[in-house]
Design a protein around this ligand. Sequence first.
Ligand code: ADP
Ligand code: MG
Ligand code: MG
Length: 252
Amino acid sequence: APNLKIEDLRVSIEDKEIIKGLDLEINGGEIHAIMGPNGTGKSTLSAALMGHPKYEVTSGKVTFNGEDLLEMEVDERAQAGLFLAMQYPSEVSGITNADFLRSAINAKREEGDEISLMKFIRELDKKMDHLEMDNAFAHRYLNEGFSGGEKKRNEILQLMMLEPKLAILDEIDSGLDIDALKVVAKGVNEMRNPDFGCLIITHYQRLLNYITPDKVHVMMQGRIVKSGGPELAQRLEAEGYDWIKEELGIKD
Ligand code: ADP
Ligand code: MG
Ligand code: MG
């Protein structure tokens, strides 16, 4: 089963320290949520794990299935089974959604073991049905002219097609109406199995009404300051973050 282990991670952007000693461990079969006020470094964490060159890991250790993640190139991270949904997925002109997915799947496979076109189309149809996506999306250029909600749905389609070992979903819920939110949740819930771990990063609790996390972590000022079960997310929704700040003596 997959394992992501983050120990005392510190990350800087342009010499400013944003992540200030963060510990987190996620195993296969678990869904974790990180919640926290804006500007606390949630997206920085996700970008650092992705290997974004602008984010400098100054100390700490991250292993994925026992291997040093920080030593891996971006494509090696994907190859190892890590999936990172960007907060703002980019548009790619000239490549259809289906082409993109098929080459991404094949990039993860051995040469000579590429997915057959028939099998690919069957899988794609099945998963697009599950996500209530119009079949036309398969043949449109990647994310070009997609609405915010369509992009998010498309990210979940990528997730379901690529079947990573561990996914980090940063604000997959932002800007979604309730129906789109339910579809996104349905896709993530469908992925739940002992060989899949997931980190959901979100500012709001509402997605967690549809995806019940095993663990909820609160991030403030670059650290995880509190962890608990799903009830923690509900308390944050009801009471905001102030009670945690008071509890911990954090001033902002
Ligand atoms: P969150 O996702 O929790 O809202 P971010 O990780 O996006 O927080 O941002 C944390 C802090 O890092 C903020 O103060 C933000 O302004 C800063 N920051 C994030 N990305 C960059 C960047 N590319 N360049 C400079 N500062 C950044
Ligand atoms: Mg933000
Ligand atoms: Mg963010």
